[in-house]
Unconditional design. Structure first.
Lengths: 400, 165
């Protein structure tokens, strides 16, 4: 695997974005970090105001300086949503016209990536995102036979079902998926699950949050409702949140909105600042009786897993990516309509049920997401690198 | 032996089947609770002053100083007090009644204040309970409506299949 004249493999990660703040961005960086334990990792991204190379921690980041791809990606996503609304998953043709529209502004920015790859001569190329048609074209121009690993990042948006992105999935050798749901959807798409690997994500419960409950709801066994809408928005998430606080008005209900946190109890509301820091959200989840996540997670539902890590059962929508954690992890329930939402919460507020499902969920979350070492091993092995090359000093705990 | 594991799919099926039947009914009116002895307003400064100072003196008190001028003044005072005595006693009775009336009104005010506070709590509790009950009815109706629509769809589908044309 190691190229001649090198003491460790060189890995090139081609990602349309490089930064935290989204589940896709975070998992891309975490995978790159796992690979950096045993190899030299170069990140190539078309973003940036000017071409340049700089060091970012253990990564060498090559920015191609083609500005923000956001508007072009938004146009592509809107187009995909419109097509999805008019044609079922099996009826979506891959016409050249549609392809040109989808790729507009997303392929050209990668042109200079071929040159960077030529200079690096990577042993492994990781494509981040199954929609990275532009990145694939840069790789193919460099070497059509170069070994490619795909970090699928296939969310609940259904974009994986568009034939336009099949070349990216088919070109890859190993495919990395974060959850079992994602792994199965990729395997279904390519007709084989032989080289599709579930890698999970490295998350850890922050023990210090247990020492300080949120002052608005305290440690009162409240229902925590997560939304990503403004408190005044007319949206189904707010309607469901209103139903929950009416139905469970005899106990505190904390609702996170984009513009603030509201604690309801017996018909009275106390408003607080928006929950922006992850430690504040962790504090809320650690002391809640149930976490109800009304949002649609981008990729795998990080908040739901974190709630399980604190032993708090979850209630999520049945079409949410977080459902896997409730169903496979046996750490909560999922609802198809408002009635089921209330019944699920009611059931989980039963102390005996709450205790058992909280414990089941925590075991699942710790096994699947709670170990950084296991995550590094899974990513390293799936990419065809040698796990034994990972220095022991990097590991959080020495393996038994 | 630890607690029995729970399979969420089985639990969900059980929840769904349990809630198919209507278990909702309007809330019965709450019994009216007797008012409690809450805080009172007896600490009001003016009321305390009235209680301490309403009583006029029963007799004229001589100043007890020596000298001709003082004696003349005492005799004059005693005379005036004797002449005005009936009026002063009537005034004293009037003031006593006024203070008693004031006292009774203050007591009644306290009772009413406490009663209002009690009622406010009762109304809030009732609103909370009503909201909860209405939410339960709303979700049951939502579910029942969905079931009925599904039934209608199935009926239509059956009829469409049966239709020989």
């Amino acid at each position: 695997m190691v190229g001649s004249g090198r003491h460790q493999p060189v890995v090139a990660v081609l990602s349309p974005h490089w930064g935290l703040g989204t589940e896709r961005g975070t998992i891309t960086r975490q995978v790159a970090g796992a690979l950096a334990c045993s190899s030299e990792v170069h990140v190539i991204t078309p973003t940036g105001t000017a071409p340049g190379t700089r060091q970012d921690g253990v990564f060498t980041v090559h920015r191609l300086g083609r500005g923000d791809l956001g508007p072009a990606e938004l146009r592509r996503d809107l187009l995909l949503t419109a097509v999805a609304a008019s044609a079922g998953p099996g009826q979506r043709s891959d016409s050249p016209d549609l392809g040109r529209l989808l790729d507009r502004g997303l392929v050209d920015p990668w042109t200079a990536g071929t040159e960077v790859l030529g200079g690096l001569r990577p042993d492994v190329i990781v494509l981040a995102d199954h929609r990275a048609v532009g990145a694939l074209s840069a790789v193919d121009r460099y070497d059509p036979d170069a070994p490619v690993v795909l970090l699928a990042l296939a969310g609940g948006d259904g974009h994986l079902s568009f034939p336009h992105f099949d070349p990216v999935v088919e070109r890859a050798g190993p495919v990395l998926a974060v959850t079992e749901t994602e792994r199965r959807s990729v395997a279904d798409r390519i007709g084989s699950d032989a080289d599709v690997h579930r890698i999970g994500a490295p998350l850890a419960a922050n023990a210090s949050v247990r020492s300080e409950p949120n002052p608005w709801v305290g440690d009162t066994g409240y229902v925590l409702v997560l939304t990503d809408r403004g408190s005044e928005d007319s949206h189904v998430q707010n309607e469901l949140a209103r139903l929950i606080r009416m139905r469970f008005s005899d106990r505190p209900v904390g609702i996170t909105h984009r513009d603030g946190f509201v604690a309801w109890h017996e018909g009275r509301a106390h408003s607080g600042w928006p929950v922006e820091r992850s430690s504040d959200l962790a504090r809320l989840m650690a002391f809640a009786a149930v976490t109800v996540d009304l949002r649609q997670p981008e990729l795998y539902g990080r908040s739901a897993v974190e709630s399980l890590l604190y032993g708090t059962p979850i209630v999520v929508a049945d079409d949410s990516r977080s459902r896997e954690h409730a169903q496979r992890g046996r750490g909560g329930l999922w609802f198809a309509d408002p009635a089921e939402l209330l019944w699920c919460i009611d059931s989980l507020l039963d102390e005996a049920t709450n205790d058992v499902m909280g414990a089941q969920g925590r075991t699942y979350a710790e096994d699947e997401y709670g170990s950084t070492d296991r995550f590094i091993d899974r990513v390293t092995a799936a990419c065809g690198l040698d796990v034994d090359d990972i220095p022991v000093v990097i590991r959080v705990s020495t393996p038994a | 032996m630890g607690p029995t594991p729970i399979d969420p799919e089985e639990l969900l099926q059980r929840i769904r089947s349990e809630h198919r039947t209507l278990r909702w009914q309007p809330l019965a009116p709450d019994p009216v609770r007797p008012g409690s002895d809450g805080e009172q307003i007896r600490s009001e400064e003016s009321l305390t002053y009235l209680h301490r100072n309403w009583m006029l003196p029963d007799t004229y008190e001589e100043p007890g100083r020596a000298g001709l001028r003082s004696k003349a003044s005492a005799r004059m005072g005693s005379f005036v007090y004797r002449v005005l005595g009936p009026y002063l006693r009537a005034e004293r009775e009037l003031l006593a009644h006024m203070v008693r009336v004031n006292d009774a009104q203050e007591k009644r005010c306290d009772e009413l204040t406490n009663r209002i506070q009690e009622l406010r709590h009762q109304v809030a509790d009732r609103q909370v309970a009503e909201a909860r009950n209405q939410a339960e009815l709303a979700v049951w109706l939502h579910q029942a409506l969905a079931d009925r629509d599904d039934g209608n769809d199935a009926t239509h589908a059956t009829h469409a299949t049966d239709d020989p044309s």
